[in-house]
Design a protein around this ligand. Structure first.
Ligand SMILES: Cc1cc2nc3c(=O)[nH]c(=O)nc-3n(C[C@H](O)[C@H](O)[C@H](O)COP(=O)(O)OP(=O)(O)OC[C@H]3O[C@@H](n4cnc5c(N)ncnc54)[C@H](O)[C@@H]3O)c2cc1C
Length: 337
């Protein structure tokens, strides 16, 4: 079904709970209908923004370009050879519903990504990651709809340039495709990835099983991150900067305790932005209803009625204070509109 709405509030459609209006909002719930929409009404979708759950977006103004929400969410086994399988999942499927489904079927692979808000389509755009894993490690292919030609195409993992919270959909293919469905490589044989932090120890306390890995991760996440239903946020607002060894040395000369991790195998390091924000004195900082979360400095929160502009201004302030102290730019992970 395709439904058209005019001048609706996006407050309930974004996890920051920002109250802006969409001039046109188009809701599409099936694969066939999105193909029809793009082919039959190219004018109606010109310059459209495709949204999932808007859990990584900050709206700073009313949206004049059309917003398309595509909710096709079927999950099925596309291929199974012995213990290896490929799941094909509609892009509108809620990410954590997929992880829960996999765990209930004893399909191994996605459990470290338990509890991440948003949709399966966006997981490929963002290359979502947590607890030592990323969606791109499991995505084998993405079915897309070319907005300009109306053609359905399949893109394979090697075409997607997955990087840290990054993919080709943020660059060369930005605004070019609607993601229709995503294919995931999974294993029906037990295979765990517990090397991150003290995850292994935490899981072993309750006993090693797929369900326990998921539950342990959900428990850790719930203790650290605000629930967007209670406190508006988009999770981590900033990316962790990736720096060279020389840059790391410069930073450690300013503060020898800076939290950092080796990143990749090319002598690069990931710096914890949350630490920098905390040490810059901004954890718990609040201006009106816009604030830096009191437990997790990487998260900007809406205590109630902050506008998108106020939240954006706060993020700029955080960037400036961190730069003044450490001479390093922390870039937003959140997409700003
Ligand atoms: C409390 C909280 C915790 C979080 N924790 C994590 C975490 O641990 N790890 C992590 O990586 N992220 C995390 N995030 C960020 C967020 O969950 C992810 O970025 C998620 O993938 C966003 O999904 P979404 O459906 O809300 O996408 P949206 O925010 O709606 O969109 C994100 C991007 O994807 C594009 N897009 C969405 N669907 C489609 C489609 N079908 N076709 C083409 N383009 C599309 C949009 O245009 C946009 O560019 C967190 C967010 C919150 C609120």
């Amino acid at each position: 079904m395709i439904e058209f709405f005019k001048n609706i509030s996006l407050k309930d459609y974004n996890t920051f709970g920002v109250d802006v209006k969409a001039k046109q909002f188009i809701s599409v719930d099936s694969y066939e209908d999105i193909v029809i929409l793009v082919n039959d009404s190219p004018k109606k979708i010109k310059d459209a923004l495709i949204i999932g759950e808007c859990s990584n977006m900050l709206f700073t103004k009313n949206m004049n370009s059309p917003i398309i929400k595509y909710t096709y969410d079927e999950i099925h086994i596309f291929e199974k050879i012995r213990s290896k399988l490929i799941l094909r999942v509609g892009a509108g499927c809620i990410w954590d519903d997929l992880v829960e489904y996999c765990v209930s079927k004893s399909f191994y692979g996605l459990e470290n990504l338990s509890g991440i808000p948003g949709t399966v389509g966006a997981s490929a755009v963002q290359n979502i990651g947590a607890y030592g894993d990323e969606a791109g490690n499991h995505i084998s292919a993405v079915e897309v709809l070319n907005i300009e030609t109306g053609d359905e195409e399949t893109l394979f993992n090697e075409d997607l340039a997955f990087g840290y919270r990054d993919s080709i959909f943020k660059h060369e293919y930005k605004d070019k495709y609607i993601i229709l469905a995503v294919h995931f490589n999974l294993s029906a044989r037990a295979k765990y990835n517990l090397d991150y932090g003290n995850l292994k120890e935490e899981v072993e306390k309750v006993g090693l099983s797929l369900k326990n890995v998921r539950q342990t991760i959900l428990n850790i996440r719930n203790s650290k991150l605000p629930d967007p239903k209670e406190l508006g946020s988009a999770g981590s607002f900033f990316k962790n900067p990736i720096v060279s060894e020389d840059e790391l040395k410069r930073l450690l000369a300013i503060d020898s305790n800076i939290v950092h991790f080796s990143h990749g195998d090319k002598g690069m390091y990931k710096i914890a932005s949350g630490y920098l924000i905390d040490k810059a004195g901004l954890k718990g900082y609040r201006k009106g209803d816009a604030g830096v979360h009191e437990k997790q400095a990487l998260v900007i929160v809406n205590y109630g009625k902050a506008s998108g502009k106020e939240l954006f201004e706060l993020s700029k302030y955080v960037q400036k204070v961190v730069f003044d102290k450490y001479q390093i730019n922390i870039e937003p992970e959140v997409l700003i509109y």
